[in-house]
Design a protein around this ligand. Structure first.
Ligand code: HEC
Length: 188
């Protein structure tokens, strides 16, 4: 009798848990989508106005600053992470993020489009539970001048990348591939 109590408890709490995830996920999307839109827009604008080399600032300055502003404002941690990073300090994925990004790669291999991919979960950690959300960042045609293959990256951009990021791993991507993920972590 007592042994079955935890099960009964689990059954009753499950739907509420699921509701929580849906609500948390919607709140994350409401923050993630404008952030992604802003970056894609700024990137396009910079490339068309000043050429690829001038767009370096979008990924280097605007994106980390916008992520930091949102993190402070929301009280969440919002970052861009990848399995192949250019900036290891900001971009390295933790264990959960690596697992999710690998899951995205598997979904891509099965034919799912990267643009719409997302994953959400409540994660238990020593310091407490947190809600974690990740949205795939798909490579757009405008990104290849800095994240594409050697022939697609103009010489001036290549020189700047070689100087500033001598350990760069973030090249060789084609449009539609997964450059990384937008990751949100929120303490519950
Ligand atoms: C003009 C060059 C340039 C273009 C164009 C560009 N990026 Fe980047 N990208 C960079 C640089 C430089 C960094 C490293 C930023 C830093 O120091 O944190 C970076 C970092 C990133 C990161 C963070 C993970 C990492 O590797 O450090 C993601 C995600 C990313 N870029 C996605 C994109 C996407 C998606 C596009 C197209 C919409 C794009 N980038 C276009 C130069 C560029």
């Amino acid at each position: 009798m007592y042994r079955s109590l935890p099960f009964i408890f689990a059954l009753f709490t499950l739907p509420a848990w699921a509701d929580d995830i849906t609500k948390l996920q919607e709140e994350s999307r409401a923050v993630a989508l404008p952030f992604m839109k802003q970056l894609m827009g700024e990137n396009q604008k910079a490339v068309s106005e000043g050429g690829p080399a001038s767009a370096v600032g979008v990924c280097k300055t605007i994106a980390p600053k916008a992520a930091a502003d949102i993190s402070r404002k929301q009280g969440w941690k919002l970052t861009r992470v990848s399995l192949k990073v250019r900036n290891p300090l900001l971009g390295t994925a933790d264990a959960w993020e690596q697992k999710v990004l690998q899951g995205f790669e598997a979904r891509l291999a099965k034919g799912e489009k990267a643009d719409a991919m997302e994953f959400a979960e409540i994660v238990k950690e020593p310091a407490g539970n947190s809600f974690r959300y990740m949205k795939a960042i798909a490579l757009q045609p405008g990104c290849v001048s800095c994240h594409g293959n050697a022939e697609q990256i103009p010489a001036d951009v290549k020189a700047r990348l070689a100087e500033e990021y001598p350990h760069d791993q973030a090249t060789g991507y084609a449009p539609g591939q997964i450059r990384g993920g937008l990751s949100i972590k929120r303490a519950l």
